[in-house]
Design a binder for this molecule. Structure first.
Ligand SMILES: Cc1ncc(COP(=O)(O)O)c(C=O)c1O
Length: 394
């Protein structure tokens, strides 16, 4: 037999990645406490989680989870459509729909699955799916899985997006964008995209994984901040594992959209429903995220403090007003070394390198959280100053 061995080929690819010094490594976290973790026996101040509101360890969430687990057990036992759809799921869906101003909402086990499911349910083979080049990987994968004609446009380039939509004016078309871009922290031009989609008869989908909880009055996200209705953005998706501090995702929109997803989204139908206790904890997180606006105020003050300090140091900031504050370093090795030097000083901010970001755009993806204090931001700035990043070639 001369057939190549799949596992051996994978090993070669892994070795090539290691040789290019782009290998990804797992780290075991022994303990998490506020903005600190313990790993390899060391305590590190973390600047790379997506727990933007500092809710992941909130005692009220923990108690909601425990309480629901006592009442309903751990696993849901089945898919939603068999017998896994519990009262906790239904109540969370109602709360999410109300929060985002949509008629209905539907839970998915992860954001990745939500995006795959939506694309596959909405798009048929060969239909147009226009996307920002910097969209999250799972939006791009979703279009590919659906067999759609994926056309990407340069980051936030509205003219290019229009040209891509006009490449096929006959068939159905979906335009999908991140609300807040996960590696850059900037916000999509949502109002302009909504106008464009209305003009071109395309459906707009926004993945607000990094906007919900953080932007808009009562934290309803980037779409709410831009005052866009369900008509403007018929498909709104967001995750529950970031600002809400839990896990999973939802899609919100009209009853017609949600009824259709229940029938046709394979990543909704053929998978076990999220644990009901997790749904209960997430419901508690939604209430807190809506009501405790001091968390967003504190977070915004920390963001401003960081940006002000970083500007004074001449650090390579990117244009972002969200908790994602990357420092663009360019070279992958340089980003890795910066991250290692920070870690030696007790700070964790991981280097993001290709293929997650384009070649030559490696960065430290620094994120801030309401769990941080001013003193933590100052410690980060001090450590960054010692790296002499201002002199670095980008
Ligand atoms: C923009 C965006 N969409 C979707 C996802 C996937 O969500 P999940 O982690 O729930 O699978 C992520 C990150 O995880 C993301 O950053």
């Amino acid at each position: 037999m001369s057939r190549p061995d799949l596992i051996e080929r994978l090993a070669v690819q892994t070795a090539e990645r290691a040789q290019a010094q782009l290998q990804r490594r797992l780290r075991v976290i022994e303990r998490a406490e506020g903005p600190f973790i313990e790993s390899n026996g060391r305590r590190l101040l973390v600047f790379c989680t997506n727990d933007y509101l500092g809710l992941a360890q909130d005692p009220r969430l923990i108690s909601a989870l425990k309480h629901a687990a006592d009442a309903s057990g751990v696993g849901s036992g089945s898919a939603h459509l068999i017998c896994g759809h519990r009262r906790e799921h239904a109540e969370l869906e109602e709360a999410l729909a109300e929060w985002t101003g949509r008629e209905r909402a539907l839970l998915f086990s992860t954001g990745y699955m939500a995006n795959l499911g939506v694309m596959q349910a909405l798009l048929q083979r060969g239909e147009l799916c226009v996307q920002d080049k910097l969209n999250h990987a799972c939006l791009l994968d979703g279009a590919q899985l659906a067999g759609a004609a994926l056309k990407r446009y340069p980051h936030t380039d509205l003219d290019a997006a229009a040209r891509q939509l006009r490449s096929d004016v006959e068939g159905c078309a979906l335009l999908a964008t991140d609300g807040v871009f996960s590696m850059d922290g900037d916000i999509a031009p949502l109002r302009e995209l909504a106008t464009l989609c209305a003009q071109e008869g395309a459906t707009l989908m926004v993945d607000d994984a990094h906007g919900v909880g953080v932007l808009g009055t009562d934290g309803a996200g980037s779409v709410a901040e831009a005052s866009l209705s369900e008509r403007d953005v018929p498909v709104l998706m967001a995750t529950l594992g970031k600002a809400l501090g839990c896990n999973g995702a939802f899609v919100a929109g009209s009853a017609t959209l949600i009824d259709g997803l229940i029938q046709f989204a394979r990543t909704y139908i053929y998978t076990t429903a999220m644990p009901p206790a997790l749904a209960a904890a997430t419901h508690c997180a939604v209430t807190i995220a809506r009501n405790e606006s001091w968390r967003r105020e504190k977070l915004n003050a920390l963001i401003q403090r960081f940006r002000h300090g970083a500007e004074q140091l001449g650090l390579p900031l990117m244009p972002s007003r969200t908790p994602i504050q990357p420092l663009l370093l360019g070279d992958a090795q340089h980003a890795l070394e910066a991250s290692r030097t920070l870690e030696a000083q007790g700070l964790l901010a991981v280097a993001i390198r290709p293929p997650t970001v384009p070649q030559g755009q490696s960065r430290l993806r620094i994120t801030l959280s309401a769990a941080h204090e001013e003193i933590h931001v100052d410690r980060l700035l001090e450590a960054l100053a010692s790296l002499r990043l201002a002199d670095a070639p980008v």
